[in-house]
Design a protein around this ligand. Structure first.
Ligand code: MN
Length: 254
């Protein structure tokens, strides 16, 4: 079992180290991660410049690789033959913030797992639901343990074709996590605001600012599971077709 571990927060992120360490009992772990933060970069395929790969060392002294590409580039590089042995499973994370509802379309963490699915491999994205306003060092231990439990089951049962898992772990001590819920994507409520300022040359510039996003904790959703202290396991597939809308469109008489 050869597991590729990557993330969107960079090779130095503590969540990456915690994930790599937790997965080592399951097989051979290779780490290939971006050399900078790609959070909220969406699904990237770098085609307009070469990609560099450099040796790196994780904080526990183990060998790793970093690239100047995006998280999905890391997975593509590995699956296209950069590594000496074929990859069997891709696990991405641990992202320091949850990836819930619409977040999955922005998340570099999730798109790394999507790239695995495109390449025909099982992919798991792991995110920690850190509360808003959290300061200081996070404890990734419980999320890493939960990631290993999910990975064991993916190794045993496999995943359907074109399917990945988005796993979100509540920010709780291990003994307070109540278990796992299989969920659907819930409704993210963004509170974005356009902030307009003026640069020293008198030209306007813009930030997309605003408050930390919210969500609707309906039963059966990712938000609902986390609100009740459960790990949320959401299966995602790459087919974004709105099947219900197809019928209505057929009456449009194109
Ligand atoms: Mn991130």
């Amino acid at each position: 079992m050869h597991i590729l571990v990557t993330n969107d927060d960079s090779i130095t992120a503590p969540g990456l180290l915690a994930l790599a360490q937790a997965l080592r009992p399951l097989g051979e772990v290779s780490v290939l991660a971006p050399d900078r933060n790609w959070s909220a970069s969406g699904h990237v395929k770098t085609l307009d410049r070469p990609l560099r790969v450099r040796p790196a060392t994780l904080a526990d002294g183990t060998a790793a690789l970093s690239t100047d590409g995006a998280p999905s580039d890391c997975v593509a590089l590995a699956l296209l033959g950069l590594l000496d042995t074929p990859v069997d499973l891709v696990v991405s994370g641990i992202n320091p913030w949850a990836n819930l509802g619409h977040d999955v379309t922005y998340s570099g963490t999730v798109t790394a797992a999507m790239e695995a699915a495109i390449g025909g491999l099982p992919g798991i994205a792991v995110s920690l639901n850190t509360p808003p306003g959290h300061q200081g060092q996070r404890d990734y231990g419980p999320a890493a343990e939960m990631a290993a439990r999910v990975a064991r089951r993916v190794i045993r049962y496999g995943l359907p074709k074109n399917t990945l898992l988005s796993v979100n772990v509540p920010y709780l001590p291990l003994e307070e996590i109540r278990g796992f819920h299989v969920t659907r994507q819930g409704l993210r409520v963004y509170r974005d605001e356009l902030v307009r300022r003026t640069d020293p040359h008198g030209r306007p510039y813009y930030w997309i600012g605003g408050e930390f996003p919210d969500g609707v904790p309906d039963d059966g959703t990712d938000f609902g599971a986390l609100a009740q202290g459960y790990v949320s396991v959401t299966p995602l597939h790459l087919d974004l077709t709105a099947y219900a809308a197809m019928e209505a469109l057929k009456d449009w008489e194109f």
